[in-house]
Design a protein around this ligand. Structure first.
Ligand SMILES: [Zn+2]
Length: 268
């Protein structure tokens, strides 16, 4: 069976529900964390915004509220999609990359951060933000918080800063695998749970047998699709990207080449 389809995503949500997990948005985890078993489904909408809408529709069909972080770039920031996801009752957050876009200029970055945040607040009373990894930039977007507080902007949380990952189990679908952490550049979380999964069915199995942690934060991007063409196209792209990223870590020529391709992709 193909993994990372909406069908396999549904099997994951249903497994949590059958095992008695409650779904919370990221904002709820920050302001009113549930007692007992609970899970936050976080979606970083890096691109393919329309896929985010399909995920949101599936979730609301199952009565699940999730959190969708949107970037300001046009591959992510699609007003119709944001509006419809808000209508479905999900949380919207800002997936910020201001420091990378401002080439490290902190004053400029904080200004655009504020502008972009109020832009997204036209759609939803945004309380959560989450950094975008900006893997080809030398600037870590989180450094924005070196001299500023989330609360200065009416925010309650940032996944990479506000969550204790020794208490909340973190899983991400980077590069079409649940153990693809080695491909990630910056969005890496250290966790002491000692659990490792490759496929979604392994997670489902673990939930069913009661071995899954009580609290979890799961990051699923927008690459989940039931379309055969998109699924194969994206798998081939991710395969090359993963290997290029690995090579780029040790080879400066590949690194420069990779950054050029990525910059071209986001500018087109
Ligand atoms: Zn991102």
């Amino acid at each position: 069976m193909r993994d990372f389809t909406l069908k396999s995503y549904q099997s994951l949500l249903v497994a949590f529900q059958q095992a008695g997990y409650r779904f919370q948005t990221f904002e709820e985890l920050m302001t009113n964390p549930a007692e007992g078993k609970s899970v936050v489904m976080r979606h970083d909408v890096d691109e393919l915004a329309w896929n985010a809408l399909k995920i949101a529709q599936l979730e609301s069909k199952l009565g699940v509220r999730a959190t969708f972080f949107f970037r300001i770039v046009k591959q992510s920031n699609v007003p119709e999609v944001i509006e419809q996801i808000v209508k479905l009752g999900h949380e919207i957050g800002y997936h910020y990359e201001d420091l990378a876009l401002a080439e490290g200029d902190e004053t400029k970055a904080i200004k655009t951060f504020e502008e972009n945040l109020s832009y997204f607040r036209k759609y939803y009373p945004v309380k959560s933000v989450c950094m975008h990894g900006s893997s080809t930039s030398k600037f870590d977007n989180r450094l924005l918080w070196k001299d500023h507080l989330l609360s200065d902007f009416g925010l309650v949380g940032e996944p990479y800063l506000s969550v204790d990952f020794d208490k909340v189990f973190y899983l991400t679908d980077t590069g079409y695998a649940w153990d693809g952490g080695k491909y990630a550049t910056r969005d890496i979380v250290e966790s002491g749970f000692g659990l490792k999964f490759h496929s979604t069915s392994q997670i489902v199995e673990c939930i069913k047998t009661g071995g899954f942690p009580e609290k979890a934060l799961i990051l699923a991007h927008t690459l989940w699709t039931d379309s055969w063409i998109q699924w194969y196209g994206l798998h081939i792209r991710e395969f090359f990207r993963n290997n290029l990223k690995l090579l780029a870590k040790s080879n400066p020529i590949v690194d420069r080449f990779y950054k050029k391709i990525v910059d071209f992709y986001w500018k087109k």
